[in-house]
Design a protein around this ligand. Sequence first.
Ligand code: CA
Ligand code: CA
Ligand code: CA
Ligand code: CA
Length: 440
Amino acid sequence: MISNASNAYRPGEVIVRLKGDTQSLASTDGFADKYGATVTDSFDFGNQGGILDRGQMMQLKLPAGLSTEQAIAKMKQDPTVAYAEPNFIYTLPEQPGQQPPAQQPPVQQPTPPQNDGPAQFLPNDLTDQLWGMNNTGQGGGKADADIDAPEAWAIHTGRNDAPIIAVIDTGIDYNHSDLKANIWTNPGEIAGDGIDNDGNGVIDDVHGYNAFADNGDPMDGHGHGTHCAGTIAGVGDNGEGVVGVNHHAQVMAVKIFSDEGSTDSAAILRAIEYATKMGAKVTSNSWGGGGASEAQKEAFASSPALHIMAAGNNGWNNDWVPNYPSNYEIPNNIAVAASDSKDNKAGFSQYGVKSVDIAAPGVDIYSAAPGGGYQMMSGTSMATPHVSGVAGLVASMYPEASAEELRARILNGADKLDNWKSKVADGNRLNAYGALTSQP
Ligand code: CA
Ligand code: CA
Ligand code: CA
Ligand code: CA
């Protein structure tokens, strides 16, 4: 999780959106000139109720002598401005309960279903470490405190031409041998020729986008995003590594953090803009913290994708102390708490019956690491990609489904657990089989 406890921001910068009914200012440059500022980026979330229709959003560099606070105060009096806010800075601290890399796991012996329940498909890389996918009580866990992945896989395992799942994070090791086959490739881009072949504004964006550095290489130099990608779509049944919720998928790497673990609001806006423009159906957001950003909220709401968002790792009730982006009240997001292998709430997990929609496995989650390895990590950051993976799996099976329909299938298909009813809406804990078989 990232945090912005101090509400730090980049001095001398502002993110501003103009009102859509502004007739007098046709361009962002015209607005910037009025303040002696320079437009350093502009954003278009366009293709569904696009905010362009309602007024342009931009990032400004202010002139010397005009502070961020002064500019925002002035712009709040400006009748052409819908809102103006700082370019917030976020940093990525250590994960809770992070552990050193585990040994290569033993392969679990496939076992037949223990009852007359739905059929199961047990891939050859479903190891005992992956309790969140299938929990038979291994390691002291509680049997069936899991997402019923084998039951879901008996129905559907994903497709290599499935709707795109964007991982908005530290990037992804797109060369990892257990991920590579499931990484999205931009069909309009030629690698390494230094040319923006598809004209989307990013040169050589073959597997995604580095929104922090604004270039076409989203390689993960940190580890967090690669871990999330492995849970979403580690290549399934290939006799190697882990198995993701999707055995086959198209995962887009959208990097918002530097390898040192920092980012800002402008990079996050560029990331949402890119994922939306390039057609992502699901975005996975294992980050959060700081105050509310009207710009980020509007960017998420304007995208037709379903946005899965971590509830946070500070243990508090988000109904009382909001966490962003997971607390944004928009129709196309899901906020995720972390459960453990006994179906209890992880001690670190934030929760809230009004503000958190569902729990998913997030303690001692084994997944991919950069450089071809694997590691164990814990956090609502790890719970979130379980839900993103299920969203992708449902989207693969029902490619015409809207974000709202995907959301409804996931929530309707969740297990309704008594011990979660005081913690998340309806006591929901993710169930992949339920999501595939429920009605929207
Ligand atoms: Ca189960
Ligand atoms: Ca391009
Ligand atoms: Ca190119
Ligand atoms: Ca595998």
